[in-house]
Write a new protein. Structure first.
Length: 92
């Protein structure tokens, strides 16, 4: 019985534990990467995007707008004169 215990102990050497831990971490990171990319931006319909401004609120003066025609939250081409429900006034 002591011999069986020793064989099992050798199978769980420090090197084995480290290699298996790294493999698990890499697998978890690889499986989560597509989820983060897919949820990064929302559809224009979901955020009630429109190509026209709402009063003085428009994409060009929103803190989420990225020149020349993109947004950090909304997918697709964004008009600088557009608007969505996540509009946030640009500071400064």
């Amino acid at each position: 019985m002591a011999r069986t215990s020793r064989i099992q102990w050798r199978a769980l050497s420090r090197r084995t534990v480290v290699i298996r831990s790294l493999a698990c971490a890499a697998g978890a990171a690889a499986s989560l990467a597509p989820v983060n990319e897919a949820s990064a931006k929302m559809a224009q319909k979901a955020v009630e995007y429109q190509d026209t401004p709402k009063g003085d609120q428009q994409c060009s003066n929103c803190s989420l707008f990225q020149e020349p025609n993109a947004c950090t939250l909304v997918d697709g081409e964004i008009s600088p004169a557009g608007w969505c429900k996540f509009w946030v006034k640009k500071t400064g």
